[in-house]
Design a protein around this ligand. Sequence first.
Ligand code: MGD
Ligand code: MGD
Ligand code: SF4
Ligand code: MO
Length: 691
Amino acid sequence: MTAEIVRTACPHDCPSACALEVERLSPTRIGRVRGNAELPFTAGVVCEKVGRYAERVHHPDRLTHPMKRVGAKGEGKFERIDWDEALDTVAAAFKAAEAEYGPESVWPYHSGGTLGIVQRYGIERLSRLFGYSGMIGTICVTPAMSGWAAGVGGQRGVDPVEIAESDLIVVWGGNPVHTNVNLMNHIQKARKTRGAKLVVVDVYRTSTMAAADIGLVLRPGTDAALACAMMQVILSEGIADEAYLAEYTDFDEEVRNHLGQKTPEWAAAITGLTVDEITAFARLYGTTQRSYIKFGVGFTRSRNGATSMHAASALPAVTGAWGHRGGGAFWGSFDIWNLDTTLVNADDKVGNVTRMLDQSRIGAILNGQEDALKGGPPIAAMLIQNSNTALVAADSAAVRRGLSREDLFVCVHEHFMTATARYADILLPASMFLEVDDIYKGWGHTALTIGPRVLDRYAECRSNLEVVNGLAKRLGSDHASLEMSSEELVDATLEASELGELSEIKERGWVDRAPSFADAHFLSGFRHADGRYHFKPDWAAIGPYHEGMPAIVDHWDVVDTVGPDRPLRLVTPPPRTYLNSSFTETPGSQKRERRPTAMIHPADAQRHGVSDGDMVRLGNALGDVVMHAKISDTAKQGVVIAEGVWPDDKFDRGIGINLLIDATPVPPAGGSAFHDTAIWLRAEAMQDAAD
Ligand SMILES: Nc1nc2c(c(=O)[nH]1)N[C@H]1C(S)=C(S)[C@@H](COP(=O)(O)OP(=O)(O)OC[C@H]3O[C@@H](n4cnc5c(=O)[nH]c(N)nc54)[C@H](O)[C@@H]3O)O[C@H]1N2
Ligand SMILES: Nc1nc2c(c(=O)[nH]1)N[C@H]1C(S)=C(S)[C@@H](COP(=O)(O)OP(=O)(O)OC[C@H]3O[C@@H](n4cnc5c(=O)[nH]c(N)nc54)[C@H](O)[C@@H]3O)O[C@H]1N2
Ligand code: SF4
Ligand SMILES: [Mo]
């Protein structure tokens, strides 16, 4: 069989947002998936999990037809029904909820299963057309955004392809070898062609750090202390760009005096780094004009995550690195797109939404907590697309208690029988990206990627668009988008946004949306009203939970407190071949990731009587989980690393790691502190029999 190469784009929640080339073996079958070589950021590179996407799209466990629940909620017993019965049931449940409690009692819920304009955000039309509750999507980047907004303003920065011109690259609080592989390609090229240095700041020796010239392993939640001490060194040694500070920032004598106290000795006590490590990094950074910081979002998943991002984002303002090619910083592109989504997302009807609920507080919301419900009615009906909330949200026991409520109707639209799908009253089979059309914002670069469909419909699967359209029509709307196919909506959106013809863009696979040099480097001003970078942020303008946040750039000591009853700190970062809970079903990924593992420092292991390969129990007030121990000095003493959000069946009690994660919103605008959990640990009596 000769394979035809078809261009499309990756829909997964990943900063790489790759333009792809797929081997189409037949209208229903693919072979390998590769990166498009012409999009500069993708540059022909693709991650291993998507390289073998055939394993996911042709997986034997894919859901194939609509079903209704016949067992208990959470049990996973279903019976086949047809699409009309399924959609009629959901529409009737939405109407019944509205009749009893008003439209705000219906909550369409989504997350990053696909990031498409059509297939992800199209569900928001339900809230907008019918006045249902809306959703504030906080689970992923809100703490990062808040910290960046505090200092820089808008959500943009220097395009990572400019790394080709950098002399010093700092990867701060992210693990691109796992989560953003294309970035590594650009970093390695700069090292080869210019001798650029790579510094990695993390809380354990990640695979990214293994590739670095300098690796700094600090205590979790202490990045702001490192950043402030670096600024102290740079200012006191006279290597700051004083002219830049005066012209482009709100820096003044008060900030200077404040930072003057943040000595390397002060930061060493907080971070666990040595004074020499801090000083040497500060000097290297301070004396390199073309220094580029790529911020991950991992270091913002702590209670002080937004203040950490704010402090670290101040570094290029102190050195003036923003002014140079290959200099500056970046975490994500969110404000550069200028897409007209009036039609595709019913933006014209936003005014109908009277209650916005916090995605990350789903547990509190479904359990009727009044502040989480904002004083409004309880949630009585939901449609969930693109989200495995029962596994990935914080305080997952609370989420499941909520999903189990007999007086809550839940429709889940999914690819697989996930933890969340098991709670569905109606379970619908979803198309995968290869079977639909969409466009994606490359949040880790600056191209809008175009993802036309590659394969025919699989079994009875329907796209997110088709499900929402089918429901909205039954509920009585005649919005223009409801009669349009995904291809027509993509075309109409590109046209309304004045980006050209779909047929022509399809060939190339993307549209360049890079801001000009001056805008990306903020030479035309930072994105605040005064055009300046802010060392003194206005946290109150960013979110409601701003009380007590530092008035001037600082380390904020509010992380989960370790103590005698919970002496260790748990960090739960992404593994290489699982993407949140996606790909946990594919054999290639399962083979690489093996089993849930807690990496424990030798000194901690000894103190707790744990040996390599033992089963250990990790717990706190929310619950406890059991996994295998690996003894390793990868992190500081006192820090336990457990990569991955593993499915329930990998744990003895059938519930994953997020049982332990507290759902208190991260200041100032919400989000979850996934890497900020104080725990106790004990060796289980049973040795590792199954291994
Ligand atoms: N393979 C794979 N790829 C993914 C994902 C996945 O699960 N697997 N998830 C996708 C999603 S949804 C997102 S949002 C992105 C996230 O991509 P990144 O920006 O890379 O962010 P994270 O991967 O969350 O960051 C993880 C790193 O942050 C470190 N970290 C945790 N706490 C701290 C701290 O206090 N300080 C410092 N300096 N470092 C800390 C962790 O140890 C880990 O190495 O990746 C996406 N890509
Ligand atoms: N402990 C811990 N927890 C975390 C994190 C962490 O680092 N540590 N990371 C957090 C982060 S950054 C994020 S973004 C969240 C992610 O949380 P989620 O966005 O919920 O991510 P996934 O677990 O991958 O679940 C996405 C689901 O959507 C489904 N899906 C994919 N495409 C489609 C589609 O086209 N249609 C429909 N209907 N369904 C589809 C997939 O099959 C999958 O089950 O998890 C968070 N949870
Ligand atoms: S998951 Fe990320 S790296 Fe892998 S293909 Fe998709 S966008 Fe690219
Ligand atoms: Mo995320």
